[in-house]
Design a protein around this ligand. Structure first.
Ligand code: GDP
Ligand code: MN
Length: 385
């Protein structure tokens, strides 16, 4: 789950990381309480690159603060991070502009390949870090973070040297980076990024921007962060999935996938792609798929107008394929689904399940295995479009 910049800054504040004071504006009438002479106005959306997209503006007078806020509230931003549908800014933040001497990058992520938390630091802040990594890898320092969320002293020394921090700035940087790593670890973050971290002409380090992503599976441990979820930043289907405890991610293809188990769902998407098709979504209905969850999964898949065919791939380890078949038959009848559906069942009561589908008289295409299923749905969808 992602949160907004101002929410991420609230978390940073709790960890004593200096951030500029900000005022959150959701309605224009809230501007009457603002007494700033100048301000940076920033849209609050779950995507970076706002500066380039026109979502970060400098207002030089109270009148400009009003004009710019009016323009930015409700702005729809589209870039490579938002997808073609874009995201709408339902709030903006106002901050007193900070004078910048130099911009840096500081972040922590989980490196899945290395199975480790990693600190990333760069002297090139304010820019796209992926671009820096590609063009100037020597300007990026990565340090592994040991399990309890602490850096070793020698790592901190290396960090300060790499960043060119000396004297009092190095002292500030040491505290800041220790707190960042602590926050990252304690809050079960999947990403915590300060870009830019700035040094002011008065030699203060300040986090000017903040991005925070948390592992959904850890949300139960952080109820206050869970409350920060802003449904306006997600699609209707993603919200419905969240409320019903399903994992759903919408994608750009046209083959709807309903699968139980995240690993199986990924394998299903891979094999569809391998056969020349494009999955419309990732959907894990969970290990304990019930009739209700199957019905709900279908509804979500069908809410995407791009979907031209559905592949159901269920492994009945705990669940019975018979029950899944009944669920499918019920939904197909109830929704009068006209698009092709390929079903691959395996596991407990598979014979009974397949028999039910066959006897239903519905046009459900049975597949013997995953590859067969992928081939069949890709062929069906190609015929339709
Ligand atoms: P992003 O484009 O979504 O990453 O938004 P940021 O909050 O990082 O803002 C983009 C850029 O605007 C930053 O990299 C800074 O260069 C600039 N910026 C943002 N706030 C301030 C500020 O208070 N003072 C100055 N001088 N520049 C700022
Ligand atoms: Mn930024």
């Amino acid at each position: 789950m992602n949160i907004h910049e101002y929410q991420a800054k609230e978390l940073l504040k709790r960890y004593h990381i200096p951030v500029p004071e900000y005022i959150v504006i959701r309605h224009l009438d809230e501007l009457k309480d603002v007494d700033l002479e100048e301000a940076v106005v920033k849209i609050q959306v779950h995507a970076g690159g706002r500066g380039k997209a026109g979502g970060v503006k400098f207002a030089k007078s109270p009148q400009e603060i009003k004009d710019i806020t009016r323009r930015l509230l409700g702005m729809k931003m589209c870039n490579n991070q938002t997808g073609p549908q874009g995201v709408v800014a339902n709030s903006v933040i106002l901050s007193k502009p900070v004078d910048i001497h130099k911009e840096y990058y500081l972040g922590a992520i989980i490196d899945r390949a290395k199975k480790q938390m990693i600190l990333i630091a760069s002297t090139e802040g304010g820019m796209d870090i992926e671009e820096v990594a590609e063009k100037h890898p020597e300007k990026i320092l990565t340090l592994p973070i040991s399990a309890p969320g602490k850096l070793r002293m020698y790592q901190i020394v290396a960090f300060n040297k790499f960043m060119g921090f000396k004297g009092d700035v190095a002292k500030q940087a040491t505290k800041l980076v220790q707190n960042l790593v602590k926050a990252f670890y304690e809050l079960d973050a999947s990403i915590l990024e300060i870009n830019p971290l700035v040094l002011t002409p008065g030699h203060q380090l300040i986090a000017l921007d903040a991005k925070f992503g948390i592992d959904d599976n850890a949300l139960f441990r952080h109820p206050l962060i869970a409350e920060m979820r802003d449904p306006s930043q997600y699609s209707k289907a993603e919200n419905a999935a969240f409320e019903n405890d399903l994992s759903y991610v919408s994608l750009e293809g046209n083959i709807g996938c309903m699968v139980n188990g995240a690993g199986l769902a990924m394998a299903t998407m891979d094999i569809i792609q391998h056969e020349g098709g494009k999955p419309a979504n990732f959907l894990d209905v969970g290990g304990s798929a019930t009739k209700e969850r199957i019905a709900f999964g279908f509804e979500m898949i069908l809410s995407d107008p791009q979907v031209k065919g559905i592949l159901v791939n269920i492994f009945g380890g705990i669940v019975s394929c018979k029950m899944i078949a009944e669920g499918i038959i019920h939904v197909v009848k109830e929704h009068k689904i006209k698009i092709p559906i390929v079903v691959r069942l395996e596991g407990t009561h598979v014979k009974e399940g397949e028999q039910l589908l066959e006897d239903s008289g519905l046009e459900i295409i049975a597949a013997v295995d995953l590859l067969d299923a992928a081939k069949k749905i890709v062929a069906q969808v190609q015929e339709v479009i």
